[in-house]
Design a protein around this ligand. Sequence first.
Ligand code: NDP
Length: 250
Amino acid sequence: MTHGMDFHGKTALVTGGSRGIGAAIARTLAARGASVAITYSSSRGSAEAVVRDIETAGGTAFAIEADLADARSAASGAKSAVETLGARLHILVNNAGVALHGPLGTLSDDEFERNLDVNVRGLWHTTSAIVDLLADEGRIVNIGSFFSERVPFPGSSAYGMSKHAVTGMTRGWARDLAPRGITVNSVEPGPIATETNPEEGPRADRIKAMVPLGRFGKPEEVADLVAFLASPAASYITGSQILIDGGLLA
Ligand code: NDP
């Protein structure tokens, strides 16, 4: 471990840390010394298991329920997480997301709204509630998607729209927060093996055939990139979108 990736004395909030990519990010930051708060909406048992794993490994973590689809819940969950962590938040990872797909004319209005509520409004309400509690030189990492860049499959206009919006917020917040030395970047995963996107089955085989590296990514590979962006080593990177997609969009 290089000195630049040592997070002892730092606090981190990872939204949607109960499963998948968010759980891997929480484990990685905690393993490098950060005190970590994770949020979840419904998977209390999984969130508590992630906390237990981190504590067993000698780290510090706790879980808080916060429904990002609800503005008040998103804001109050984020605020109480930061209060419990201490006065200042060093690292915010906006990871929680949903992926509701369906072609135009098929995706329901409710599904359209759900993509917006969690992936767009959830980020906004979480971050605006605690922006004043972020430490100077702090870090925000937003989890976008390769759908933030392109919409390479049919049936993904609403999800793609929500992930393109992550880019807009990332760029805007980078400018807003630069005077405080806070960097804001987005990480854009390609297909990553999680419950939401299993790496086995006929759909997975079609996806793998499109990926030059020929496989799904692992949540831990995304977590390592997030850790780099959260570290002092990435101090001159802000407003950027970094793809981690096995070459899918190359
Ligand atoms: P998972 O479905 O495995 O986990 C999603 C996480 O988000 C869970 O912790 C879940 O909490 C939380 N969450 C979902 N809805 C809400 C809500 N309303 N309020 C609060 N938390 C919520 O997803 P992934 O790990 O696969 O994805 C994580 C991020 O990465 C998402 O933003 C996704 O769009 C993005 N991404 C994923 C890719 C992939 O291939 N896996 C590809 C590109 C981007 P709970 O457990 O309580 O439901």
